[in-house]
Ligand binder design. Structure first.
Ligand SMILES: Cc1ncc(COP(=O)(O)O)c(C=O)c1O
Length: 404
């Protein structure tokens, strides 16, 4: 299989620095894998962050002071966020209701803690990223699963509403959806918001993937916050910089709160006013630079990712026993491997061991009960690495008796 040339120098094969990644990239990636294993695992790019981010960090560090920041965050960051989400996503939230926070993951745990009492139910998609289930459970809540088609990402609004009980307090949305890559349609967002409004539910609205959208087939991202304010009065939107700006280790994120009172509740529950945790000023400066000056980089990245997606999906769909559709957003592919007749955990384990390529198994721990029969493959790497990873998967599959 030949590899197509990549012209953007920021995303060519040589732009991936394995020496550094092998020392720094954890969370199932290069630094955690045995020698020689290619990790197509956690959704974290193999490319360095945009220059604007690196320069902002260097510039801040040159000042030499790393003093405490304001408990509610730097106004530079909050104003930049308010301005950028308004211009790019039609989200109208004043800077005073932007809460900087150290990761989208932390924001999810914070929200679950604020809105759920022990025993309260929260409706989450299934499959979906493990953080939804974990954050609900950490707050003593009970996750209730709304099935999502693992190939298309489609779900049924009537089914979702049928899951509402007197104990339901929250519905959690992942848009674009990890792991299926579906970009929710405006009518789906509207439908969820109407259900939430009818039953007086909070919406945990995770839009961390909203800048990795391919826009084909007319699917563009629409934010839940762009709906009418009476539908989003209890919508809390979470965004993190890990995915679009390749800065996962900086743990940069923010929460958009619908009103002053909710903002105060979140701020108090975060313990940031007591100096416990929060987003460090240097990271807020870096994230501000990303949002101000990083968009041309993101555009180039998405262009590269689109080609990676097309290449990987076309190959995977031809592998015997594998089902795979192209994601509309995100840089992960959720591939059906149920035909192999063994668990996804065993497939992932054997692929890592025998083929030296690591993927994320569709186990309940990673995605909920609906993830079984699938593996997730991240393609935010160079063409060379992706090609080698897919070659290894293909060879491994061809050696399985069931499929030859
Ligand atoms: C949907 C979703 N939400 C949240 C996160 C966590 O992001 P962060 O790195 O900001 O904690 C991820 C990471 O994969 C994700 O896919």
């Amino acid at each position: 299989m030949t590899t197509a040339p990549v012209t953007d120098p920021r995303f060519v094969d040589g732009a991936v620095n394995l020496d550094i990644l092998q020392r720094r990239a954890y969370n199932h990636r290069w630094a955690e894998q045995p020698d020689g294993v290619i990790p197509l695992t956690a959704a974290d790019p193999d490319f360095p962050a945009p220059p604007a981010v690196c320069e902002a960090i260097v510039e801040y560090a040159r000042g030499g002071y790393f003093s405490y920041g304001p408990p509610e965050g730097l106004s530079e960051f909050r104003e930049t966020v308010s301005d950028v989400v308004s211009r790019r996503k039609g989200i109208s939230v004043p800077a005073a209701r932007v809460l900087p926070i150290d990761s989208a993951a932390r924001a999810m745990f914070l929200m679950a803690e604020v809105v759920l009492d022990p025993g309260d139910q929260a409706i989450i998609f299934d499959p979906v990223d493990f953080l939804f289930k974990r954050s609900v459970e950490a707050a003593g809540g009970v996750p209730v699963f709304c099935p999502v088609d693992p190939r298309t990402g489609e779900f049924d609004l009537d089914v979702l509403e049928s899951l509402v009980t007197p104990r339901t307090r929250m519905v959690a949305v992942c848009n674009p959806h990890n792991p299926t890559g579906r970009v929710l349609r405006p009518e789906e967002i509207q439908g969820i918001a109407e259900i939430a409004a009818r039953h007086d539910l909070w919406i945990m609205n995770d839009e961390i993937w909203s800048d990795i959208v391919y826009g084909d087939g007319g699917t563009s991202f629409v934010s839940m916050h762009a709906l009418s304010p009476n539908l989003t009065a209890k919508t809390v939107t979470i965004y993190g910089f890990s995915k679009a700006f390749a800065m996962a280790g900086l743990r940069a994120a923010f929460v958009l709160l619908p009103d002053e009172n909710t903002y105060r509740r979140f701020l108090a529950a975060s313990h940031m006013p007591a100096t416990a945790g929060g987003l460090s000023p240097i990271v807020q400066v870096a994230a501000s630079a990303a949002f101000r000056d990083g968009w041309e980089w993101v555009e180039g990245f998405v262009h590269h990712l689109r080609r990676q997606r097309d290449y990987a999906q076309a190959r995977l769909a031809r592998f015997p026993g594998v089902e795979c559709s192209p994601p509309e957003g995100t840089y992960v592919l959720f591939a059906g491997v149920g035909a192999f007749g063994i668990s996804s955990e065993e497939i992932a384990g054997r692929m890592a061991e025998e083929a030296k390529v690591a993927v994320v198994p569709g186990t309940s721990a990673f995605f909920g009960p609906g993830g079984e029969g699938n593996v997730r493959i991240c393609f935010a790497t160079s063409r060379e690495i992706l090609c080698e990873g897919l070659d290894r998967i293909e060879n491994w599959i061809c050696h399985q008796k069931e499929c030859v």
